[in-house]
Design a protein around this ligand. Structure first.
Ligand SMILES: CC(C)(COP(=O)(O)OP(=O)(O)OC[C@H]1O[C@@H](n2cnc3c(N)ncnc32)[C@H](O)[C@@H]1OP(=O)(O)O)[C@@H](O)C(=O)NCCC(=O)NCCS
Length: 154
């Protein structure tokens, strides 16, 4: 399908309610208010994707130390259902890969994802992520409870 070119915006106090609405219709997990308060502090690697001033996608990511190395953890990447398969997720990921290149200290990117998320798995594999681990009882409120840890070395 044809690419829909998006414009990026930062997550801030004025627009994080929009991000909340987008995530609430995009993910099976309902994130808490404290999650969004924290996201406001993760704005270096979090972005909103707008098409004609409409929020159509978003990613939230934070830098963290893991296994003694600096890493980037993806909390969410989501695109509104009606706008999927138009390379909006890819533009968000390309932007993330561009941002992360600016910090050579960051050695890998990783995330948790429900094991039944086949579209998500295809998406991440396309960008060179691999299944590093499976955790059986990761989620408490959704089924299946198992998750993959997907990882991409930089
Ligand atoms: C995963 C998601 C972000 C992809 O966004 P998108 O804008 O539709 O993705 P793109 O159009 O950029 O697709 C890039 C690649 O992902 C894969 N992909 C995307 N949608 C797919 C589908 N329905 N079936 C199979 N592969 C798919 C393909 O490899 C695709 O490359 P191609 O277009 O050359 O075939 C979107 O489906 C989504 O928001 N899903 C719900 C939230 C979620 O599960 N996020 C991932 C966990 S954080």
């Amino acid at each position: 399908m044809s690419e829909i070119k998006v414009q990026f915006g930062d997550v801030n106090e004025k627009n994080y309610e929009l991000l909340r609405t987008l995530n609430s219709v995009t993910f099976p997990v309902q994130y808490t208010l404290s999650f969004y308060n924290k996201v406001l502090t993760y704005n270096k690697y979090s972005r909103l994707a707008f098409y004609n001033d409409i929020l159509v996608g978003a990613m939230t990511c934070r830098q963290e130390e893991k296994d003694g190395q600096q890493s980037l953890y993806i909390l969410t990447i989501g695109v509104l259902d009606a706008y999927r398969k138009h390379k909006i997720g890819s533009q968000l990921m390309d932007e993330l890969l561009k941002l992360v290149k600016q910090d050579p200290e960051i050695k890998f990117i990783y995330l948790h994802m429900q094991v039944n998320n086949e579209v998500g798995l295809q998406f991440y594999k396309r960008f060179g992520f691999e299944i590093a681990e499976t955790i059986d009882n990761y989620y408490t409120d959704i089924s299946p409870k198992a998750c993959y840890i997907l990882k991409k070395m930089l």
